[in-house]
Design a protein around this ligand. Structure first.
Ligand SMILES: Cc1ncc(COP(=O)(O)O)c(C=O)c1O
Length: 387
């Protein structure tokens, strides 16, 4: 079945965070991580059906939606999950907070790596924990962990939680099994709980990479891990606010749920319907989307050859996010310069990576072409080009 990713409906004026930011300005938004594509037909139909019913009272989490999650994880990731391990939530960010709060006390430390999705840095602070932030390193052609510093951080007696982003936003790494086993060894030896955010796991672009669910590396690891997932990135349904945590260990799960209790963080009925439809019927669309994103990535790599000073160190292995080092352009504020040139990228500083910008390439190819054309014009007038 063919899907049309080249043409998408207008999003300006549709209550979109991404597009609202630049309302009335000639700036193409390519920052926050949602795609401009229409969701799979089965998802649109499920939401339409629910809306047509016209009664929007409190939703129930029926067995069918648990079965969808269980089936999806079995088929795609070889992970056997029991329905009772699953907690639905309106968003994964509260899940990051809850994982931290249920596995550490005030003043204890949470280990994270940077640059990273901003809540990984803010959640420990908002929870009055001490964040230990370690820089990722680029070695042998790929982004990876600084193992020595990670070992030292995890070995501190007050270090209780490791925040893992796999696949990694914004570096788009899909960690190898070997790297994850090394992490597993670390957290075992030092007794840390892991919050593994795997929201990007179903958009693996690199045919040589395979996503490994951290919790599948051993039963003892599953018992010390809170895994966070959603259909939202893959099937472009973030606005329907539905994610889930999987916590196999009953004691950890009880603590996790206690933290969330009373905060009204339940998902809504549209999110449940869309998640179920996406997992049950979205696979052909998902595969087509991955193929399309690979094509977008090829275009980016071709155009970057004409943009000296914009450095993509590693071809993104996952999702629709490309992380550029733009320090060589010599701008004081590269993000602002690109905005002036009509391109609304994410500012690397927000991810703990100043001197960088992040491009969201989950958009129709003609739009991406225009983004890259505008970027090229900005690069052409960069001070770094003249030195
Ligand atoms: C790693 C990661 N986790 C969580 C989220 C957000 O999830 P949610 O919208 O469910 O809060 C994002 C969004 O970009 C993300 O990249």
């Amino acid at each position: 079945m063919a899907f049309d990713f080249d043409t998408c409906p207008e999003r300006a004026g549709t209550d979109s965070t991404k597009w609202h930011k630049y309302a009335g300005r000639d700036v193409i938004p390519c920052w926050i991580a949602d795609m401009d594509f229409v969701s799979p037909p089965a998802v649109v139909e499920a939401v339409r059906e629910r809306a047509a019913h016209g009664v929007f009272g409190y939703p129930a989490q029926r067995d069918a939606v648990f079965a969808s999650v269980v089936g999806h994880l079995r088929r795609r990731h070889g992970w056997e999950v029991r329905p009772e391990w699953i907690t639905f939530m309106c968003s994964l960010v509260p899940g990051i907070h809850a994982a931290i709060r249920c596995a550490s006390a005030q003043g204890e430390s949470v280990v994270t790596t940077v640059p990273v999705y901003p809540p990984f840095m803010t959640a420990p602070v908002l929870s009055e924990r001490n964040p230990i932030k370690l820089e990722m390193v680029f070695e042998a052609g790929r982004w990876t962990f600084d193992w020595e510093r990670l070992e030292a951080a995890c070995a501190q007696p007050h270090a209780k939680v490791l925040l893992l982003c796999n696949p990694y936003n914004p570096l788009a790494r899909v960690f190898d099994r070997d790297e994850l086993l090394r992490l597993a060894d670390l957290v075992r030896r030092h007794g840390l709980t892991v919050c593994s955010d795997e929201i990007h796991c179903d958009l693996v672009l690199d045919p040589a990479a395979k996503h490994t669910v951290f919790a599948t590396l051993g039963e003892d690891l599953a018992a010390r891990t809170v895994t966070l997932m959603a259909a939202s990135k893959t099937f472009n349904i973030a606005g329907l606010t539905c994610g889930f945590a999987i916590v196999p260990d009953p004691a950890l799960r009880a603590r996790f749920r206690r933290v969330l209790q009373g905060l009204s963080l339940d998902q809504n009925m549209f999110g449940l319907a869309a998640t179920q439809a996406a997992f049950d019927h979205g696979e052909p669309w998902r595969q087509a989307c991955v193929e399309y994103l690979r094509g977008n990535l090829d275009l980016i790599e071709r155009e970057l050859r004409g943009m000296p000073g914009v450095v993509l160190r590693q071809r993104p292995q996952s999702s629709f996010l490309a992380w550029f080092d733009v320090t060589a352009l010599g701008f004081e504020d590269a993000h602002a310069e690109f905005e002036k040139g009509g391109v609304g990228l994410s500012n690397g500083a927000d991810f703990g990576g100043p001197g960088h910008v992040r491009l969201n390439f989950g958009c129709p190819r003609p739009r991406l072409q225009e983004i890259l054309r505008r970027m090229k014009a900005v690069v052409a007038r960069a001070p770094g080009r003249r030195s």
